[in-house]
Design a protein around this ligand. Structure first.
Ligand SMILES: Cc1cc2nc3c(=O)[nH]c(=O)nc-3n(C[C@H](O)[C@H](O)[C@H](O)COP(=O)(O)OP(=O)(O)OC[C@H]3O[C@@H](n4cnc5c(N)ncnc54)[C@H](O)[C@@H]3O)c2cc1C
Length: 489
């Protein structure tokens, strides 16, 4: 069977490798010259940055994926656990570390509120329980309302009120502003405000605090490289630098994929490009499963202002992952998530990654590679002046909170923001992560893996169940592989 995969992001690479293993003749067509999609890499003047993902979480899910090919993660890259896992800078100047030593974290919570350590222990126990049952549902193909009544999902529903928000779940159990913020921030990983995300996303705290935060020796880019090599070893062909313009449908089946100046015949097509973009731009209206109106009404994850900054000095106050939390973050969420109030923020919570703390190849000797990410609303008008203004505010804040002056030591500065997400990845409204994980956009309610209108057209990647994040996208590839094996072969 000739199968074309549109896009070489993690989802496209993983699906291509699995399908080739199952005997498909697979060609991946990717618009950019490099593979990895959002998990790409940017290098200049001796500095190297992972452009997107930097937190390697849930290592067991990567192991499971590679095991499909009788390979181990260590066949591709070395993995280390970070200590501290991450550092949090609060607005009042307090700095705290979350570490691999659970007792240390309990002592931290004891300092933050009465019996905080014991509360955290109980909270994490519940999260672990939930994680163990949720993890089984992630691999399910939730393609019918009945699938939602799966045993594991029902048992999960008993353990937690699935209609409760994470915000309310955490606030009921913790009273101090700082303890709450530490536990609520986790959901930032799936680009959803705590008041809109279901309580079961509390499991992200189990993932980060108990399972731990890891890093591949030379950065996250090793994951994309591993998937690329794996796919090639299974016989997958790659056409890079070729933008797909149309998926040709005849008699309800995708027959051809047209890209710059050429085309390929197909027995099956798997789209890894953003779902909203692909449906609205690559298919004739009658073959779309979802209308423009449907996409217009979804809650999108924010876009971001990312600054890749090279310094010709070290920053001793930072570790690999650093989170700077604003005091009034409710206001900030409005500016980021609600299109009615969305605007470029004056101030914001932000995240700073310093790959050179652990990867000596990321920066020249005595230099530091600093990746700054500030969430901004998807679909906002982008412009150099807006980027510059926000960046300067953030750098001032960073200098105040770390006590380290850096503005005179910047030797490289490259921005990536709303219009770059849209141009480089065809990201719908420049959203960094696609659809947010509200309850109505999770599990069964996420867009289908198979088109409802075109029999042999499938979708893989972060827009589909189970959703955002590299480990989740690997699972979406497994689901698509199983569906195709069941439905087409
Ligand atoms: C800034 C940022 C930070 C993140 N941090 C983390 C993290 O720390 N940990 C984590 O696990 N996850 C993180 N994520 C999320 C994770 O990176 C994504 O969920 C995942 O990489 C998405 O993979 P995908 O294959 O679904 O999509 P993509 O990576 O977007 O892949 C889609 C591919 O399709 C291509 N394409 C689009 N249109 C066409 C066309 N017409 N023709 C051909 N090709 C096309 C695109 O160029 C792209 O290569 C982060 C994401 C971002 C953006």
């Amino acid at each position: 069977m000739r199968t074309i995969v549109v896009g070489a992001g993690v989802g496209g690479l993983a699906t291509a490798a699995l399908l080739a293993k199952d005997g498909h003749e697979v060609t991946v067509v990717e618009k950019n010259e490099n593979v990895g999609g959002r998990a790409g890499v940017f290098s200049r003047d001796g500095f190297t940055f992972d452009m997107g993902p930097t937190w390697y979480l849930m290592p067991e899910l990567f192991d499971r994926f590679f095991a499909e090919f009788d390979r181990k993660t260590s066949d591709f890259y070395n993995l280390y656990r970070l200590d501290p896992s991450y550092r949090i800078f609060f607005d009042d100047g307090e700095i705290v570390d979350i570490t691999p030593d659970l007792d240390e974290n309990f002592r931290l919570f004891d300092r933050l509120e009465k019996d905080g350590g014991e509360k955290l222990r109980r909270f994490l126990d519940k999260c672990q329980d939930l994680y163990n049952s949720i993890i089984k549902t992630l691999y399910l193909d939730l393609d019918s309302p009945f699938s939602f009544f799966h045993r594991e999902i029902l048992s999960q529903g008993i353990k937690i009120n699935i209609f409760e928000s994470l915000d309310s779940y955490v606030k009921k159990q913790f009273s101090s502003d700082k303890a709450r913020k530490i536990l609520l921030y986790s959901v930032g990983f799936v680009g959803t405000p705590p008041a809109k995300s279901p309580a079961f996303y509390a499991i992200l705290n189990y993932v980060k605090i108990v399972q731990g935060v890891y890093f591949p020796e030379k950065g996250f880019r090793q994951v994309a490289e591993a998937l690329y090599n794996l796919a090639k070893s299974q016989g997958v062909e790659f056409l890079l630098g070729q933008e797909v313009r149309k998926i040709d449908v005849v008699d309800g089946r995708a027959r051809r994929v047209l890209f710059d100046g050429s085309s390929l015949e197909a027995d099956a097509v798997v789209v890894n490009a953003d779902y909203a973009y692909a449906e609205t731009k690559l298919l004739d209206p009658r073959y779309r499963t979802y209308s423009e109106d449907y996409w217009g009404k979804r809650m999108l994850t924010p876009s971001a202002l990312i600054a890749y900054v090279g310094l010709d000095r070290k920053m001793d106050s930072l570790v690999n992952h650093n989170v700077f939390l604003e005091k009034d973050w409710g206001e900030n969420f409005y500016q980021i998530f609600d299109p009615r109030y969305s605007k470029w923020p004056e101030y914001a919570s932000y995240y700073v990654h310093v790959p050179s703390k652990t990867d000596k190849t990321a920066a020249p000797r005595d230099g530091e590679a600093v990746f700054i990410l500030v969430p901004v609303g998807a679909g906002l008008e982008d412009g150099e002046d807006k980027r510059e203004k926000l960046f300067n505010n953030v750098v001032r804040d960073l200098e105040t909170k770390t006590g380290e002056k850096i503005s005179d030591d910047i030797v490289l500065k490259q921005f990536f923001s709303v219009r770059d997400f849209a141009n480089r990845y065809n990201a719908y409204k420049g959203s960094a992560l696609g659809l947010a994980h509200t309850l109505r956009q999770t599990a069964f309610w996420r867009p289908r893996h198979r088109s409802k209108k075109v029999k042999n057209l499938y979708y893989t990647g972060q827009y589909t169940h189970p959703g955002i994040g590299v480990p989740m996208v690997l699972i979406s590839a497994e689901i698509v592989r199983r569906k195709i094996a069941k439905e087409l072969v």
